[in-house]
Write a protein that binds this ligand. Structure first.
Ligand code: GLY
Length: 575
């Protein structure tokens, strides 16, 4: 799906913000659609920022009822599965990083897994060549979904309201329908051929949708009702699971009932590190997000990047060189920690990182071939979705969830009303061959039955002097990590407001291909020219968007400022 940064397409953009009085209580909930370039919505108590206003509103409703951030997470996640089928899902997976009001932190991994029948070379032909699209489009691309397991796990450990109250708003939304935005029209339109290819038949979204139409999701509403009534097992072995399997198997998929029954979400210790006086908590493996972010921020820390102007030549160069080195390590070392040994503490050790930066030269770009070998092609993407929540009790939740590609594998379970992921493409299907994000992988991320594929999703929290400062994350495949860390730097090094930070143009380097991606029309032409002179290959293609960051900043007086990314339909709602 393609967006431009300063899209003026949404009617809500025309409204700075407006106030809604919700059904519950007397509290006013405010909605911001990020039309103010320098300051986002500011509220006193609680906030949800997500890819769709419907989902943010549903999350806030739960908070206003007295639910906590974890309750709101469940309701928001399910609402996104309805309102934003592009990436919101019940057929995918995700990660949550949280911080409770008492300061304790944790992380939940509900990432998809390779089915038991998966094989290392399942996407290669007899000559060992990657079969185009097999890991991306259609039933073979589907990993065992984790979302429903994850939501029930969160509910059991941290929720406070009954599950049926948390799922009901999504059911109601699916029945009432969702208004089609211009972004929706584009994303539906872009995928129509692929919907047909993956399903062999017309699916409900495969229509000539117009802005302002209402899409109703009757089958999805019924699926959610069954999950409400029968619980987690409905998805993994009940009617929904059976229907999903029957459809997948008919389409050539390899998932079995055993795969579904055996799926478990896993509580993990998040990655935690200091950058200057700040503590950053982010996702650990099987996401590379926390480790890569730690590597990049610890690599630049000795250079005091804040002394350079924001997005200046020096700033871009320093960050790019740290990114180049971190992504080279990502490709070689990182994989599912349940299957491979990863030297995490060495990789993020300041001495190791200082050594990695030793050959950095202010006058000249390092070439990626000097860091390692390879030459690849890649395409950018803004799939996946992130939301941030802070409740009135002081709990914070940062969640990134995905189907991987737009609408995942495009396989749509007709009787279930939902799409299934194509997360298998996040494995290294052949060492040295790039995936859909152009990421190269090695042995550590090779396919094995039951293994989780390496991710870049980086749900993140920042604290300062023991207090919550930021909650943030982004979609964007490989660009997630660099989008999140640029926003951390925008706020803590350049003192930007959350909205101002989110609005800033972003850049990205991932080692291979040796290309510096820069969002178009956002950077000083002289800076670009100087970077080119030093040997940086710059890609400023018109369509590039780098991440869609949805974030919350806790202001010194304790109020919350939302940063809802104008690159999408994203929206902050709070009270
Ligand atoms: N599927 C995108 C990611 O997990 O990084």
């Amino acid at each position: 799906m393609q967006h431009t940064i300063n899209s003026s397409i949404r009617p809500l953009y025309l409204i700075a913000f407006f106030i809604l009085i919700f059904g519950n209580g007397n509290l006013l909930a405010q909605i911001s659609n990020n039309s103010n370039p320098s300051l986002g919505l500011v509220v006193e108590h609680a906030m949800v920022v997500s890819a769709r206003v419907e989902a943010s509103q549903i999350g806030i409703e739960i908070l206003k009822k007295g639910g906590n951030a974890f309750d709101a997470m469940i309701a928001t996640d399910l609402a996104l599965a309805v309102a934003y089928p592009f990436a919101g899902n019940i057929g995918g997976g995700g990660f949550m990083v949280y911080r409770k009001a008492d300061g304790t932190t944790g992380a939940l991994d509900y990432r998809e897994k390779a089915p038991q029948l998966a094989e290392r070379n399942m996407y290669l032909d007899a000559n060992g060549t990657v079969i185009p699209d097999l890991s991306i489009l259609g039933a073979k691309a589907v990993g065992v979904p984790g979302t429903i397991a994850g939501l029930f796990e969160v509910h059991q450990k941290l929720g406070s309201l009954p599950f049926n109250e948390l799922i009901q708003p999504a059911i109601d939304l699916a029945k009432k329908g969702v208004i089609v935005t211009e972004s929706d029209v584009k994303s539906f339109e872009n995928q129509r051929k692929k919907f047909k290819k993956a399903n062999g038949t017309i699916i409900p979204l495969d229509r000539n949708w117009k802005i302002g139409d209402t899409v109703k999701y009757a089958e999805l509403a019924q699926t959610l009702e069954r999950i409400r009534d029968f619980g987690r097992s409905e998805f993994y072995e009940g009617e929904t699971g059976q229907k999903m399997l029957a459809y997948l198997q008919k389409k050539g998929g390899i998932l079995t009932l055993e795969d579904l029954k055996n799926y478990k979400a896993v509580w993990r210790q998040p990655i935690q590190f200091n950058y200057k006086d700040y503590t950053i908590t982010s996702m650990t493996l099987p996401s590379s997000g926390g480790i890569c972010m730690a590597q990049i921020l610890k690599s630049i820390e000795p250079f005091d990047i804040g002394q350079y102007s924001h997005n200046s030549k020096e700033y871009i160069q320093l960050l790019t060189e740290a990114e180049r080195r971190a992504y080279a390590d990502r490709a070689y070392y990182l994989g599912d920690i349940d299957f491979v040994k990863v030297p995490i503490s060495q990789l993020i050790h300041p001495e190791y990182l200082a050594k990695r930066m030793q050959d950095f030269n202010w006058n000249q770009a390092t070439t990626s071939s000097a860091v390692s070998h390879g030459s690849v092609d890649w395409s950018e993407s803004d799939e996946t979705t992130h939301y941030s929540i802070v409740d009135a009790y002081g709990n914070a939740v940062s969640v990134t969830t995905t189907l991987n590609g737009a609408f995942g594998s495009k396989v749509y379970v007709p009787e279930g009303g939902f799409f299934l992921n194509n997360e298998m493409d996040d494995f290294s299907v052949k060492p040295g061959t790039p995936n859909m994000f152009g990421l190269i992988g090695a042995e550590a991320n090779a396919i094995q039955p039951g293994k989780r594929m390496l991710s870049s999703m980086s749900p993140t929290l920042v604290t300062y002097q023991g207090k919550l400062k930021m909650v943030l994350g982004s979609p964007g495949g490989s660009t997630i990590i660099t989008s999140v860390l640029q926003n951390i730097l925008n706020v803590i090094e350049f003192n930007m407001s959350m909205q101002e930070s989110v609005n800033q143009p972003r850049f990205h380097h991932q080692w291979l291909p040796d290309v510096l991606k820069m969002e178009p029309n956002g950077f000083d032409l002289k800076t670009i020219s100087k970077l080119k002179t030093m040997g940086y290959q710059i890609d400023e293609s018109k369509s590039i968007i780098i991440g869609k960051v949805d974030a919350i900043l806790i202001l010194p007086n304790g109020h919350l400022e939302g940063g809802a990314d104008p690159r999408g339909d994203d929206s902050a709602v709070g009270y």
